[in-house]
Design a protein around this ligand. Structure first.
Ligand SMILES: Cc1cc2nc3c(=O)[nH]c(=O)nc-3n(C[C@H](O)[C@H](O)[C@H](O)COP(=O)(O)O)c2cc1C
Length: 273
């Protein structure tokens, strides 16, 4: 029986944290073992190394970025050592599609030395929007997560575990990153887009600089974005006075298009066990 269940996650706006924490905590309860969170959102944490043992179960979660695992995390994810621990890849996506993110995370975990036994793609409110996937994961999503946990617990308790990696939805070979389009249907590159700060309302509280997952905001001057922005929108959505915003035309068009194309339906959670 596993000694510990870890909930290991990267999260911008908190949806991945909510889902991974729930799954890992509940699984630990069902298996009667300890639970430990491991949040690698902040850059300082990603400078340390994480190694597991064959007795551990690790629920590893990331948001879906352009249909894939966030590419800025790939180097770090490759450093995790599984040592035969059971692995459960979990991705959160913003009501569009998770494309190949789950299969990519599964492959990463297998390459790290985990044995993947289950996997799930769940819906979280889209980072860019307050309406697309609004409030998700919600009660219905958590009910799917509860079923997921029970199925995994059953599998672990029975000891009836396949030798093969868990089969999940996604393509092999993995497809290229999803590309946003402009109003004429041409691909646009929003990688260099950075948030602006309304200094007339910013109180210099330090929240955005202390919490940027890429450490890209100058603590002395929060209007200055000193490094890469992955547009996780943590600073935009969680700023206590809502001083951060995007004004890039391409980005705003992409956000509106996503809301129009995918806002009218409830995308499904998908679980594999
Ligand atoms: C740059 C970027 C790209 C994204 N790409 C996708 C995508 O391809 N499909 C999708 O459904 N959601 C996409 N999302 C939305 C997030 O996957 C989703 O909102 C997720 O719940 C965010 O997790 P978090 O709250 O833990 O940060 C994207 C978000 C960002 C920031």
């Amino acid at each position: 029986m596993a000694k510990k269940v870890y909930g290991m996650f990267f999260t911008g706006t908190g949806t991945t944290e909510k889902m991974v924490t729930y799954i890992a905590k509940e699984l630990a309860k069902e298996l009667g073992c300890d639970y430990e969170p491991y949040d690698f959102t902040l850059p300082a944490v990603r400078k340390t190394f994480k190694e597991y043992t064959a007795d551990d179960i690790v629920v590893l979660g990331t948001p879906v970025i352009a249909g894939r695992v966030p590419n800025l995390l790939l180097k770090y994810l490759d450093t995790i050592v599984g040592n035969g621990a059971y692995g459960i890849p979990v991705v959160l996506y913003g009501n569009r599609n998770f494309d190949d993110a789950l299969i990519e995370l599964r492959n990463i975990m297998e390459a790290d030395g985990f044995h993947t036994i289950a996997g799930g793609a769940f819906v979280g409110e889209h980072s860019f929007s307050r309406t697309l996937g609004q409030g998700r994961p919600d009660e219905e999503d958590m009910a799917v997560a509860a079923t997921f946990v029970s199925k995994i617990a059953e599998k672990v308790k029975s000891g009836n575990i396949d030798k093969e990696p868990i089969e999940v939805e996604g393509c092999t070979p993995i497809r290229p990153y999803y590309t946003p389009r402009d109003r004429n249907g041409n691909g646009i590159d929003i990688r260099k887009v950075k948030p602006k700060t309304d200094m007339s309302i910013c109180t210099n509280c330090g929240f955005c600089a202390a919490n940027c997952p890429l450490g890209s905001i100058n603590p002395e001057n929060p209007a200055e974005i000193t490094g890469i922005c992955m547009k996780c929108c943590k600073c935009v959505k969680l700023c206590p006075v809502q001083a951060k915003y995007f004004d890039d035309e391409g980005y705003l068009y992409h956000k509106t298009e996503l809301e129009e194309m995918y806002g009218g339906r409830r995308a499904e959670d998908k679980i594999f066990y």
